[in-house]
Ligand binder design. Structure first.
Ligand SMILES: NC(=O)c1ccc[n+]([C@@H]2O[C@H](COP(=O)([O-])OP(=O)(O)OC[C@H]3O[C@@H](n4cnc5c(N)ncnc54)[C@H](O)[C@@H]3O)[C@@H](O)[C@H]2O)c1
Ligand SMILES: [Zn+2]
Length: 384
């Protein structure tokens, strides 16, 4: 098929949540069509665009122009860059701007940025006048495959990440794949860990697609990137659609995160960025799964090979097993003192099962014996 010059294929994913359903639109150079997308979604009023200085400088003008062209007056609300701005204090500053700017309940709040901007903006939208419409323009890979879909919004507390928040669905999610090209390489690669996660938890053929197309993905070719974003959104939308408030199935999205979160917190959030920790977490949760005889060695090897090809780290940093276990106790998936972990049973299939300290110790010893965290040999498994 010959593609017309200037023609940009548009992919769309519906998120079905009854009267809170919305669409995700994925397109190269979508930013310049943002205003008309809002119109087509039946939205109206003034738009408060929340962003940070870095992203605002790159994309703020283009977005404001597109909004203006479609008849939406807009005001830009800037908060500082980074996770340290995801606080109640900065959420409150956003609310100050809304109050002093006399924003009304039918006006809009639009998040222009990654997961940090999306989470805090959604949270502010959920509490201003008891809820105002909210739109996401996701500009990082993590935001496009994960954080902008599902309706979890919130801010951090000094004592822990994401402790304050609400479930609040956006009215529309826009993803301009061209914005990914300005992402720092490390952020881009870290996002690929979450992409591999979707293949592992729900779709073997998607995992195999990633195995076949990893080179083109790393070259940032438009077609595979659009496809992978669409597939990740479809999987997340279907999981969230059947378990909006994380009482059951949604927990499978935490694959790689039991060990991943523990590594992030042991490194005081300075050594590894989130996706990197999840990549290492998936490699070692699969090894644990193999050690517990839940999956074959092939699962461990294929996943590890893909993680490596994506350029993600796969080695467990040197740490004490007691520290790792201690950090795992603080995980959100701990229920009444019992740690739960998402274990792969095959590629594309997982189970959420309790995890005992003895299993972790056995896996850890065998992985040390295998040198360099190689997939462990069985036999050291101590029953729980
Ligand atoms: N709500 C959810 O379901 C959910 C899911 C996953 C993660 N999260 C949250 O998302 C956050 C992480 O999100 P993130 O990984 O997108 O990080 P981020 O929002 O901090 O963005 C990463 C960095 O990239 C910059 N940036 C963003 N877009 C850019 C672009 N197009 N070009 C150049 N630079 C750009 C940002 O300024 C920042 O420095 C965490 O706070 C996490 O808790 C939420
Ligand atoms: Zn994650």
């Amino acid at each position: 098929m010959k593609i017309r010059a200037g023609f940009r294929p548009r992919l769309q994913v519906p998120v079905s949540l009854g009267d809170r359903s919305y669409d995700i639109i994925i397109q190269e150079d979508l930013l310049q069509e943002a205003g008309s997308c809002l119109q087509q979604a039946g939205l109206s009023g003034r738009v408060g665009v929340v962003t940070n200085p870095q992203i605002g400088k790159l994309y703020g003008r283009q977005l404001s122009q597109s909004l203006k062209k479609a008849g939406f007056p807009s005001t830009v609300i800037v908060i500082p860059e980074g996770e340290q701005a995801k606080t109640l204090k900065w959420a409150s500053k956003i609310l100050d701007e809304l109050v002093t700017g006399r924003f009304e309940r039918n006006d809009l709040l639009l998040a222009l940025g990654g997961g940090v901007i999306g989470d805090i903006t959604g949270f502010a939208a959920s509490i201003y006048l008891r809820g105002m419409p909210f739109v996401q323009m996701a500009t990082t890979l993590i935001a496009q495959v994960d954080s902008s879909v599902g309706g979890k919004t919130g801010v951090n507390h000094p004592l822990g990440k994401n402790l304050i928040g609400s479930f609040y669905q956006p009215r529309l999610v826009l993803m301009d794949t061209a914005t990914l090209r300005t992402l720092p390489k490390r952020e881009w690669i870290a996002g690929l860990a979450e992409v591999i996660k979707y293949g592992m938890i729900a779709d073997r053929s998607f995992f195999e697609y990633l195995e076949r197309h990893m080179d083109a993905i790393l070259r940032m070719e438009t077609e595979p990137i659009q496809f992978l974003i669409k597939r990740c959104c479809e999987i997340k939308a279907s999981v969230v659609g059947s378990d909006e408030r994380e009482s059951g199935l949604r927990r499978i999205l935490n694959y790689g995160h039991t060990i991943g979160h523990a590594l992030e917190s042991l490194g005081k959030y300075k050594k590894l960025i989130h996706g990197e920790a999840v990549g290492i977490g998936m490699v070692h949760e699969a090894a644990l799964s193999y050690n517990l005889e839940y999956c074959s060695e092939e699962v461990v090897h294929r996943q590890r090979a893909l993680v490596r090809r994506a350029g993600l780290p796969d080695q467990l940093p040197s740490l004490k097993i007691s520290d790792l276990w201690g950090a795992m106790q603080h995980d959100k998936k701990v229920v009444k003192g019992q740690v739960y972990c998402v274990f792969p049973k095959d590629i594309g299939q997982v189970a959420v099962l309790p995890l005992a300290r003895t299993s972790v110790t056995a896996w850890y010893r065998s992985s040390k014996r295998g040198k360099g965290n190689a997939p462990p040999g069985r036999g050291l498994h101590e029953s729980s």
